[in-house]
Design a protein around this ligand. Structure first.
Ligand code: GDX
Ligand code: MN
Length: 382
């Protein structure tokens, strides 16, 4: 049997309760666990509805607060790791599922699809879904890029949505993650990177299941909302650099299907507001840090003090900038964090203007070939 976990912070209670009810109603599920970040209003709403959902569905619904486990900012990582520990000590279930609590397109088939992947014998099942071409910019520009540059021979760069919060772990995977000190330390947004990396490093097989209707969830305003996620995901990647991987892992990806217009036509962020960011808030410290970068990147970025420029930040320039960041970036340093964000925004605007504007299919093919290109150039010629 399976445990389904929803980590949550502050979300629309109606959405969260609906998702809890869907999970509790699923025949494969014998426990639903909601892990709150703190005792605030969403937590109170779940507390108030808990008994009713349990009796209505005849499935226990437990509500707990996350523990302080890690050493980074206390965030989603502490929430997820709290759930892993609870699963091992309080249940004897074979499988644990995670879903974000804010998904408005969640349904029983998300659970069923993951269960089918595990029935096929895979250790880890990850959901993936179509995303608008300007969405997933941390996934593409940081995580898939980083995996390609650092572990080009592995399956890591081939994983569709390495930051996805929707996945299934079989019990041995949970045991390995709880026993892994580096995973347990990652209390922030870096947790998804650590789970993906560590399961592959440990040799667990992975099945990716395709959810065609996509993940509809709480929206971001602009790219600034993603700043802490970017910094934490990049820092997690940098912290893994130098790690060795074992042999190949088994990895299967389900075929995709036609993508609904709601996704192909969606604009992921406010371009005008984001363009503004390029010229704002430069400090002498940030200008000084540009000394680490090759001339194209350095001069291009400096031009932004006068007017927005981004065409220089192509695939090649981002590759070079990324290498410098891996070597020199200092997590927690305000200048480095601001510069990382600025470089990434420049890259995202470049991609939007030169690729995403050419249409959904072009953009998807481009992103895939960008990662493939990074893989090729990272493998030294014999
Ligand atoms: N317990 C707990 N503690 N839950 C949290 C915390 C926390 O500190 N912070 C966020 N959550 C919950 C949140 O309520 C939601 O259910 C889920 O975690 C994801 O957070 P959300 O703000 O909706 O993240 P977002 O931006 O939608 O990102 C998700 O997708 C990213 C991706 O796929 O690219 C999230 O799963 C990320 O981890 C992932 O990188
Ligand atoms: Mn969300």
């Amino acid at each position: 049997m399976s445990t389904v976990v929803f980590p949550f912070r502050v979300e629309d209670p109606e959405v969260v309760l609906n998702n809890l009810r869907i999970a509790a109603s699923h025949p494969a599920v014998d426990l639903v666990l909601a892990v709150g970040a703190e005792a605030e209003s969403t937590f109170a709403a779940v507390e108030a509805a808990r008994a009713a959902i349990s009796s209505e569905t005849s499935t226990p619904l437990e509500l707990i607060l996350q523990e302080r486990i890690g050493s980074k900012r206390p965030g989603k990582g502490d929430g997820m790791n709290t759930a892993l520990r609870y699963f091992l000590t309080e249940t004897s279930a074979d499988r644990l599922h995670f879903y974000d609590a804010d998904i408005t397109s969640f349904g029983p088939e998300w659970i069923t699809r993951a269960e089918r992947g595990a029935d096929l014998g895979y250790d880890v099942v990850r959901h993936f879904f179509p995303r608008s071409s300007t969405d997933a910019m941390i996934t593409w520009m940081v995580t898939r890029t980083g995996f390609a540059l650092l572990w080009p021979r592995s399956e890591l760069p081939q994983i569709e949505q390495p930051l996805g919060g929707e996945l299934l772990f079989t019990r041995p995977v949970v045991e390995a993650l709880v026993a892994n000190d580096r995973v347990q330390a990652q209390s922030d947004w870096g947790i998804d990177t650590l789970y993906t990396f560590s399961t592959v490093q440990a040799g667990f097989s992975v099945y990716e299941t395709y959810v065609r209707q996509g993940k509809a969830h709480a929206l971001y305003g602009g790219l600034t909302d993603l700043r802490s996620m970017l910094v934490e995901c990049f820092s997690a990647m940098q912290g893994l650099a130098g790690e060795q991987l074992g042999g190949a892992v088994t990895h299967r990806v389900e075929p995709t299907e036609a993508v609904p217009a709601a996704i192909t036509e969606k604009i992921g962020y406010n371009l005008e507001a984001t363009l503004q960011l390029l010229g704002e808030d430069w400090t002498d410290g940030q200008v000084g840090l540009l000394e680490h970068f090759p001339a194209t990147v350095r001069n291009g970025m400096l031009s932004n003090c006068r007017r927005p420029t981004f065409l220089f930040m192509d695939e090649e320039a981002w590759h070079d900038a990324f290498k410098v960041l891996l070597e020199h970036f200092v997590p927690g340093d305000a200048g480095w964090e601001a510069l990382l964000f600025r470089l990434w925004v420049t890259r995202v605007i470049n991609y939007t203007a030169t690729r995403a504007l050419r249409g959904y299919d072009h953009a998807q093919r481009y992103l895939q070939s960008m990662v493939a290109g990074y893989v090729r150039r990272a493998v030294p010629a014999p």
